[in-house]
Design a protein. Structure first.
Length: 116
C-alpha cells in the first residue's frame, strides 16, 4: 500500500483547502485511514479519521470538529480532507495514514500554511 498526499498550499485565514490522499495497491473500502498533522516544534497529532472508506464511522479532533470533513472515493481510491475556515494554527504538514492489519502506511506529507 502506498499513499500520496497532495493539495497543500499557502492560503489566508478563513479560506478553504482540500487535501487528497491517493492510495495505490488496495481499495480504501475496508481499513482505517486518518489525517495527521505536525506543526514545527510539536508532536504529530491526529486530526480526523475514518474507520473505512465508507466514512460511516469517523473521528474528529476538537480543533477539526465543525470545520474539517473527511471523505473517501472508493472508485478513485482517494481520501479527502476538506478544510474550511482555516486558521493560522492549522499551519502544519499534513499526513495521511492507513492501517492495514498490523501494518501502518504513511504518505509523504503536504504542507499547509495559513496566513493571518
Amino acid at each position: 500500500v502506498q499513499l500520496q498526499a497532495s493539495g497543500g498550499g499557502l492560503v489566508q485565514a478563513g479560506d478553504s483547502l482540500r487535501l487528497s490522499c491517493a492510495v495505490s495497491g488496495r481499495t480504501i473500502r475496508d481499513y482505517p485511514i486518518a489525517w495527521f498533522r505536525q506543526s514545527p516544534g510539536k508532536e504529530r497529532e491526529a486530526v480526523v479519521a475514518m474507520r473505512s472508506g465508507t466514512a460511516t464511522s469517523t473521528y474528529y479532533s476538537k480543533s477539526a470538529r465543525g470545520r474539517f470533513t473527511i471523505s473517501g472515493d472508493n472508485a478513485k481510491r482517494t481520501v479527502y480532507l476538506q478544510m474550511n475556515s482555516l486558521k493560522p494554527e492549522d499551519t502544519a504538514v499534513y499526513y495521511c495514514k492507513a492501517v492495514v492489519g498490523s501494518s501502518e502506511f504513511w504518505g509523504q506529507g503536504t504542507e499547509v500554511t495559513v496566513s493571518s
